[in-house]
Design a protein around this ligand. Sequence first.
Ligand SMILES: [Zn+2]
Length: 90
Amino acid sequence: MPKKRKSGGKPASHKGQSSTVQCANCGRFVPRSKAKQYTKNVSLVDSRIYKELRDAGAIIQRPSQRAYYCISCAIHKHKISQRAKSTRKT
Ligand SMILES: [Zn+2]
């Protein structure tokens, strides 16, 4: 069966099998090298209270959350966009 992509959709091939991660949206298990990783800062307090506390001089931590998305969910959520057919990598 012919391959759709020479690299199999992974940026660094020839590394063997990588560990799997779960997609944050659909729960699908995807290889870590193939999944798209996103970090977002989550605030622990409400935005209005956050501003008040910041003006008062308080230091509030904003921990970052790491999320992985499979390719189809990343495209659906506009995290990555599809390349034009002429500029697609093979
Ligand atoms: Zn997904």
